[in-house]
Design a protein around this ligand. Sequence first.
Ligand code: SF4
Length: 303
Amino acid sequence: MYAIWNLTKVCPWDCSFCCMSAIKVGQVDKGENLNFSEKVRVLEILAVHKMKIDFSGGDPLYNPENFAIVEKATEIMSRDFIDVSMTGVDFNERKLALLKKVGKVEISIDNIPEDSNRFRPKGFNLSAINILKTLIEENIFCSAVTTLYPLSADKSNLKRLYEFLCINKVSKWNILRFYPVGRGLKLSNLYIDDKETLELMDFLDSLRGGATEIIFQHSLRILRGEYQCHAAIKSIGILPNGTVTACGWALDKNSNPLPGFCLGKLPEDDFDVILERARVDLGYSERQSYCRILNHLKSQEAI
Ligand code: SF4
């Protein structure tokens, strides 16, 4: 089982559809956050339970305290159990040394650097490719992550981006579905329906063969009937205040869990009780053939 642990909402990029409703660096985070010792306790709980952790945010390496949590994870857990999804902004030797210990990293990129995209801040894609190049030179396994919405899912863009990733020897390209969640709730017009998404997947399949492996996120594979929702069965989300969600993306505009997704709170709640309650009381005992987030949004007529 793995946890997507959003250590912070603070991010140097602050994208307009951020599922975490990110807070710009320098802005006051008025929300409740775990303090350092509470984060250490959460980390120890996850380590004892042999959970894999994808450290995310916000940028999990931007703040020294969160950096120290990821560093501590490398000391008490196998690197096979640690992933980092980050921006690469303000990259430095200490971050490089830490990522060498982790061995792998995920960076979002939606377009080749020459193209602008009004839903991403200026410089976003250029910064992404620069940090990918730096990490690849250091033999760190890199995955590029692209979310499908109209400005990224244009076929010409996808083809050029794939060729660009291949030329730059990026090992993996993870393709994600856009969910109108977080502050993206107000951008539901960016959501691409099932039929068009399946066509895009076929198109992406036709690109395969280069140096970069194309991976469809599990919610896309659900569309093809190849997978089932694993919320609270194979994965959970943990928010900056310790709230545990059945799915890391199931967030409202204030980055609180959508109705029915909140499982408990760490470190104060017993983790085994959280998982047992999810299974027995909250209906997460079986996988479903549909994405629970999209099901919820459809029931609310939000998409
Ligand atoms: S709710 Fe959707 S995104 Fe979350 S685990 Fe299930 S399929 Fe994946």
